[in-house]
Structures are given as structure tokens and as C-alpha cells.
Design a protein around this ligand. Structure first.
Ligand SMILES: Cc1cc2nc3c(=O)[nH]c(=O)nc-3n(C[C@H](O)[C@H](O)[C@H](O)COP(=O)(O)OP(=O)(O)OC[C@H]3O[C@@H](n4cnc5c(N)ncnc54)[C@H](O)[C@@H]3O)c2cc1C
Length: 534
């Protein structure tokens, strides 16, 4: 162990590792990069995180070029949880601190996974209604602000964060809270308050940048790049000022989230599903447009090629095998109570055109519905000629341009010589497609960035946003940074500096992503294990 690692290990309760064998385990995520850290630190509590931050800041002051990157479960698709410097893994900060079932609140450490949290909450009849990868950590759901499968109905993670605790670059702890104007003024003027500095800097920045904030507000859609949620810091004609929104989509660049208080929902009734297969995208979209007023939990849309591919690879599709082998498939889910669901399902059936093969989920056929998920997983992980890369995941296409986009996709498939079947959720307009590129070959590696750039141009023609459903990280940043308005980009830089003046936290993620580093760390081997668990 190096002397630096030993020194850090002395001051924290958690552990420090720097053996290559261990570092290798933290060198990949779900992106196309591979970047082994110099050191991995596993803090146990907020105090440990403060010590790690202060220690690293000291190293920086002594001229060492170093930085800190935070990692949850390492499922990021944009390389934002990788570093060649010091990595803080939140895996041991995974405790539930308290549950208040009467107020439907829970306080957790930020490294807890969605799976572990919801398992514990279910005993209290409560749930955090986020449909994401079960291994996602709460800290990263905030920092990635990814659009989850239930966000169409439940509005996503931001709807459930009451407040959060984060360790800032100066080693102080910030506990976010709503302030009215008077409260904010008091905070700013209190010389003994360690949070005073950050509130002053952000308040000044917001006051000086009204025009830029209006430009961000004028953007036609939600976009997770930069620090777009700055528009939510000051709300309701200045009556509320809170810093929590800045952490959404911040990807660990503003501070380390250590604890979160979450609001919860009562467990809904079981989810009931309904599937319909359409020969054309036009018919599918026309139908699902009519369903939207029924307030479903989700309306998943799949290109049938996905299931055809899975069936070719031997997956058994049961009831779905013959009926859903071409066109588009919609799977509509409801989580209302039994009587309401029954009424809604009747409406779904009334609306369904004769040509669509409709299947209602029942006890008897629910295994077949489960097969859809298995087939999807098989498609995403089938690894035929390489790997289906997470390059064009989580983009936004407005509902009114979806059909044009789908109709034009075959042109892109022809041009790129890739099959690009689309899947996503109509309610959130969050879609993905997975080009299979073989990173083991120089041509495959060369094509990765080329594909992303071409895809971004294509998307723009249909008013799409590459970072609509999750932020830019290290990879999408290479495309979106150059397209951002320079005034907005500069404003985001100022936000980063207000939180992190010396560039301690992931300095090359988001705003300052670096193409040289991308090329250096582009991985040349296929990821081991299953890449998709959801
Ligand atoms: C196959 C697959 C399917 C997915 N499906 C969905 C989906 O349906 N819905 C959805 O919402 N997302 C989905 N995602 C996206 C993914 O789940 C999110 O990116 C998630 O946030 C990753 O969680 P993680 O704990 O692995 O975070 P990591 O990958 O470890 O980290 C993600 C980012 O958060 C930062 N971070 C993590 N913890 C903290 C912290 N405590 N403080 C500060 N910064 C922190 C990291 O620095 C990094 O920038 C999917 C990903 C994969 C691979």
C-alpha cells in the first residue's frame, strides 16, 4: 500500500485500497470506457467522507494533481462514475437511518440501493415508486436524474427528495432546506454558519444571471445536461430558495451526497398489464395517444424486432410468439385499485382496433408477460457480434415527433449499417436504441464516437434531446458541450466553481469532458456479465 493510502486509511473508519486486483473491479461501469482508479476509498459515514475530502484537498494544495469521483453501484452509462484518480465507493453507506411510517418519510445513507430500500419499506406498506435498475443507489438516482419507468405517473426521484446532506469541497456539510427570503438573508449574513458561503455565491449568481436563467427556462424540454435544474432553486416569486435541485443530474460534480430524506407513497395495488400488437407504428401511436387520459403507470413501446431477435436466440415467447412478430408492441400498466383498473381495462379494450392483437394480463398468462421482460433482457445482452452499447440510451423525442422519427429510422439503419430497434416509454418520451459495435476491433472503437455524433444530428432533426433522460457524463458530453449556448455553458461553469472552486469533484465529467481522455480510456474488451438487469 502506498504511503498516501496508508495515511488516509489511518484517518477514516472505512477502508482504502490500492492493489491493482481491487482497482480493476472499479475500472468499468456500463459505458464504453475503462478507467482504473489510483485508489478506492470505502467510507462508512458522513464523517469519513469529510475526512476524505479534506485529505484530498490537502494533497491538491501540496501540488498533487488529484481529484475525487463518487460511485454508487457503477451502472452509469456515461462513464461519470469512473476516474483515474481517487474513487469514493458508497457501497458501505447503505443503511436506513430511520423510517417514519406515519409521515411517510425515510432517512437513508446515499449508498443504499433501490432494491434494499423498497424491500424494507414494503414491511411498512410503503414504497419509493421508482422503476429503475434495482441496484441503483439513491445518491446516484439523484445525481443522474434518470427518467425512470414510472416517472410518467409518479414524476420521478425529484418528487420524493425532501432534503439531502452533502459533503462540499471545503469539507463542510450542507443540509439542504427551503428558505424564504428572510431566512436566506439571515443565513447569508451569519459569519459563523459554514453554509453561508455557498448560499451567498449561488444567490449572487442567480441574481446576476436572470437573462441566462430565462434562456434555460425557454428550452422546449427537460434536458439533464449542465445544471438545468438551477431554474428550480428560486421558486414561487422568490418565496422559496433551496439548493437541492442543483444536485439533480450533477453526476457527483458538486459534492458527495451522504444522506437523503425521502418522501414515500403507500404501496399501490398490484400492477395490471395489458398488451397490444400493431402492424405499424402509426396504428400503435394512434392507439396509445388515446390511452394517455386514463393515467396509466406506464406505456412501454417496443419495436417487434427486439422480440424476433430474442426468439431467434431461442427465447420462448408463449402467447406473444405469433401475434407480436412484426410492427410495434405497446404494454400498458395500471396500478390503481381493482375496481378502477377493471374499468380502465374495459376502456382499453373498447379502444383497441380490430387488427391489434390485445392480451390482458391474467393469473394464467402472467408468465407470458414475464417472458417479454426476459426476451428484452436477452436482446440487450445477446452479444452476437460484439455488444449492444449504451451509447444512445435515454434520449427524448417529443410525442408529436415520435412517428416521424420512427419512420425515418430505417434511413439511419441503412446509413450506419446497424439494426436500431427502438424501445421506451410513451408517457415520459424517454427512448433508447442499442447499436451493436465490437469494441475489440479498431473499427468498432472508431465507430463508437462517430455513431454518437451522427445519432445526435439525426435526433435534432426530430426535436429530440440526446440528454433528455439522463445526463451527459464523459461520453455524451463530447457531443452536447459543443452544441450548448456559450452563455449558458459559462453560467454552468460558474455554478461548478461556486461549489467546487479547485475542481476537486470529477473535474472531467459534464462541462469539461475531454476527448483525449475518452480515446485513452475507450475500452477494447467486451464487458463481462449481464449488462442489463432491469
Ligand atoms: C441496464 C441499465 C438499465 C437502466 N435503466 C434505467 C431506468 O430504467 N431508469 C433509470 O432511471 N435509470 C436507468 N439506468 C441508469 C442507471 O440506473 C442510473 O445511471 C443510476 O443512477 C446508476 O446507479 P449507480 O448506483 O450504479 O450509480 P453510479 O453509476 O455508480 O453513479 C452514477 C453517477 O452518480 C454519481 N454519484 C453516485 N452516488 C453519488 C453520491 N452519493 N453523491 C454524489 N454523486 C454520486 C456518480 O459520480 C456518477 O456520476 C439504467 C442503467 C443500466 C445500466
Amino acid at each position: 500500500m502506498s504511503n498516501i493510502s496508508k495515511l488516509l486509511n489511518q484517518v477514516i473508519v472505512g477502508n482504502v485500497f490500492d492493489e491493482p486486483r481491487i482497482l480493476e473491479k472499479y475500472a468499468t461501469d456500463r459505458s464504453i470506457l475503462k478507467m482504473p482508479p489510483e485508489m478506492v476509498v470505502l467510507p462508512e459515514n458522513t464523517d469519513d467522507v469529510r475526512r476524505i475530502v479534506r485529505f484530498t484537498e490537502q494533497l491538491k494544495k501540496r501540488g498533487l494533481k488529484t481529484s475525487l469521483t463518487v460511485r454508487g453501484s457503477g451502472l452509469d452509462k456515461t462513464g461519470a462514475d469512473l476516474t483515474d484518480k481517487i474513487l469514493i465507493s458508497m457501497e458501505r453507506m447503505n443503511r436506513i437511518q430511520e423510517i417514519d411510517s406515519r409521515s411517510k418519510l425515510v432517512r437513508v445513507q446515499a449508498g443504499i440501493t433501490l432494491e434494499k430500500l423498497n424491500a424494507a419499506l414494503s414491511l411498512h406498506g410503503l414504497v419509493l415508486p421508482i422503476d429503475a435498475n434495482p441496484k441503483d443507489t439513491i445518491g446516484s438516482l439523484i445525481c443522474n436524474f434518470a427518467i425512470d419507468g414510472f416517472a410518467g405517473k409518479y414524476h420521478g426521484i425529484s418528487h420524493y427528495v425532501d432534503c439531502l446532506e452533502a459533503v462540499m469541497a471545503d469539507g463542510n456539510v450542507l443540509q439542504t432546506k427551503n428558505y424564504n427570503r428572510r431566512g436566506l438573508q439571515r443565513k447569508i449574513e451569519d459569519p459563523d454558519d459554514p453554509e453561508s458561503g455557498i448560499y451567498t455565491r449561488i444567490n449572487d449568481l442567480i441574481n446576476d444571471s436572470e437573462a441566462t436563467i430565462e434562456m434555460i427556462k425557454d428550452k422546449p424540454t427537460i434536458d439533464a445536461s449542465g445544471y438545468q435544474m438551477v431554474t428550480q432553486v428560486e421558486r414561487d416569486d422568490s418565496r422559496v430558495f433551496e439548493l437541492t435541485p442543483l444536485f439533480y443530474a450533477s453526476q457527483g460534480t458538486l459534492g458527495v451526497i451522504t444522506e437523503v430524506i425521502l418522501r414515500l407513497e403507500t404501496m399501490p395495488s398490484t400492477v395490471t398489464r395489458f398488451a397490444a400488437g400493431f402492424e405499424t407504428a402509426t396504428a400503435a401511436i394512434k392507439y396509445i395517444e388515446e390511452l394517455t387520459p386514463l393515467n396509466p403507470l406506464s406505456i412501454e413501446l417496443y419495436d417487434a424486432h427486439i422480440f424476433e431477435q430474442a426468439a431467434n436466440n431461442g427465447k420462448e415467447l408463449g402467447l406473444f410468439a405469433k401475434r407480436y412478430n412484426k410492427g410495434y408492441i405497446a404494454i400498458v400498466s395500471f396500478d390503481d385499485n381493482r375496481f378502477v383498473v377493471r374499468k380502465k381495462l374495459r376502456e382499453c379494450l373498447d379502444l383497441v382496433p380490430d387488427s391489434a392483437a390485445a392480451i390482458l394480463e391474467t393469473k394464467e398468462n402472467s408468465k407470458d408477460f414475464a417472458r417479454i421482460r426476459t426476451a428484452m433482457r436477452s436482446y440487450l445482452n445477446d452479444d452476437i457480434r460484439g455488444e449492444r452499447l449504451h451509447l444512445a440510451d435515454d434520449f427524448f423525442i417529443p410525442q408529436n415527433r415520435l412517428l416521424d422519427f420512427i419512420k425515418a429510422l430505417p434511413e439511419l439503419e441503412k446509413e450506419t449499417k446497424k439494426e436500431l430497434p427502438l424501445y421506451g416509454d410513451y408517457l415520459t418520451s424517454n427512448y433508447s436504441l442499442r447499436p451493436d459495435l465490437n469494441l475489440e476491433t479498431a473499427a468498432g472503437r472508431g465507430n463508437a464516437l462517430k455513431f454518437l455524433k451522427r445519432f445526435a444530428e439525426f435526433l435534432e432533426e426530430y426535436d429530440g434531446v440526446l440528454t433528455g433522460g439522463s445526463p451527459e457524463g464523459r461520453i455524451k458530453a463530447l457531443v452536447v458541450n459543443s452544441e450548448e449556448d456559450p452563455e449558458i455553458h459559462e453560467f454552468y461553469q460558474k455554478i461548478k466553481t461556486a461549489f467546487d472552486p479547485d475542481g476537486l469533484f470529477s473535474p472531467d465529467v459534464k462541462l469539461s469532458s475531454d476527448v483525449k481522455k475518452f480515446v485513452k480510456y475507450l475500452r477494447s474488451e467486451v464487458l463481462e456479465g449481464i449488462t442489463d438487469q432491469k
